[in-house]
Design a protein. Structure first.
Lengths: 150, 150
């Protein structure tokens, strides 16, 4: 199923978490949950102050090698009639330091995630995954009013 | 972080959903939420009667080409102190028809998912992803009692 542009935008605006998949060394997929906000048609995910494993994150190494990635937004519920998912294919760049649109991206992340009042948005030099949507697919067990999701 | 075998087994036993990532054509990751049950040390996910997109599922085409896949189990919550994730690296086989251990696998899935009382477990010939765990990594924002998760 394909969503209309305003449906896709709405789901990306309200859904708080995505599972981010990239391709690791040895051609194995690598997944991690991320938070994100869309600004100017691009999806941004900060490498934030939530405690992390390791110094140079696997997700950064992976996208430096292959920028093709995927975001999965979905609802799981014990009532399987309410299941849906949205998979977004993205091309990723790692941006760092003096990032274009920085103030608006930070404002969008703060508006979406009040948690950043107490969690650092960036650990050290501001670094983000910047993602361009290149395709998507959606599925739902029953018809969903995508623009009413929250 | 590495979990102890009994911690890993417990999380796989109680957590209802995983995001399954495989590698698609053109070296792009592909993700879909799945249900699953572990039996005899292998993780099984049925291609079940929940309505599907397309006739030959992308996940089956992908693992036929590259059996390296990843499962992500995680909790998202507005309280970021309660976040955790468990990523399980798996080697996948598609098994179909007269599957070894079939009765025990079906029993485990029915025990974990009462939804199968009203949803068909298989659409047509029984087909499953059979996954061997080859590695894992876990993370939590605060210490988690993995064996107490439910």
């Amino acid at each position: 199923m394909q969503l209309k542009p305003q449906q896709l935008s709405h789901v990306l605006a309200v859904w708080p978490v995505a599972r981010f998949a990239s391709i690791g060394a040895k051609q194995r997929p690598h997944q991690v949950p991320i938070v994100f906000a869309a600004v100017d048609g691009l999806i941004h995910s900060p490498i934030d102050g939530k405690p992390k494993r390791g110094s140079m994150l696997q997700r950064l190494r992976n996208v430096a090698r292959n920028g093709s990635a995927s975001l999965l937004l979905d609802r799981y519920d014990a009532d399987w009639r309410s299941l849906w998912w949205l998979r977004v294919d993205v091309d990723v760049q790692v941006v760092s330091g003096d990032v274009e649109g920085y103030d608006r991206i930070v404002a969008a992340l703060r508006a979406k995630y009040p948690q950043y009042e107490t969690t650092q948005m960036f650990a050290g030099t501001p670094t983000m995954l910047r993602m361009k949507v290149v395709g998507h697919a959606a599925w739902s067990a029953q018809p969903v009013d995508w623009e009413a999701l929250r």
